[in-house]
Ligand binder design. Structure first.
Ligand SMILES: [Zn+2]
Length: 168
């Protein structure tokens, strides 16, 4: 499968798993899931790609139930199961800066910056999602630290981030 989802993203980039490549190779997203991935690319990932002007690496895109169940700490109702979410890293880019851009994008539902307990000052990756079918859902903007979600606001997330850094 090598279908183009948008200018800079292909379907196969969303069908990988570093730790479970054999399971990932068995994944067959439906047309509806592919449609949602395309929407995710157009509304969220392409604007970020344009902002950073360098390649974006999708570390986790679509997940089958089988793959999702293997991943530690993943939700059983994860949006990755529906083609509505992507985790990403960008080489040579300050994720804090990118997150600051992403939080102000319209049409996105969850935007979560993942921090680790050992290197809080260097966020590991970013989770972004859309909810095409549920417009009335409340957007969740959060930092994830040591397995815990810490909700924040568009204007207050950086202050919260610095607070976490000070206390760990
Ligand atoms: Zn994710």
């Amino acid at each position: 499968m090598d279908r183009q989802l948008s200018v800079h993203f292909r379907l196969d980039e969303f069908l990988r798993s570093r730790h479970y490549p054999a399971i990932a190779a068995r994944m067959r997203p439906t047309q509806r899931e592919i449609y949602r991935l395309r929407l995710l690319c157009h509304t969220v990932l392409e604007p970020i790609r344009e902002y950073v002007d360098r390649p974006i690496t999708i570390t986790s895109g679509f997940r089958s139930l089988e793959l999702n169940s293997k991943l530690r700490g993943s939700s059983r109702t994860s949006q990755h199961l529906y083609g509505e979410a992507a985790d990403l890293v960008i080489a040579g880019c300050d994720l804090l800066d990118v997150f600051g851009f992403a939080v102000r994008l319209p049409n996105a539902y969850q935007r979560i910056l993942y921090l680790t307990s050992t290197t809080v000052a260097r966020p590991r990756f970013m989770h972004l999602s859309i909810v095409p079918s549920a417009v009335d859902k409340v957007p969740l903007l959060a930092l994830k630290h040591s397995g815990r979600y810490i909700p924040c606001t568009v204007d207050g997330w950086l202050e919260k981030y610095r607070e976490i850094c000070r206390h760990s």
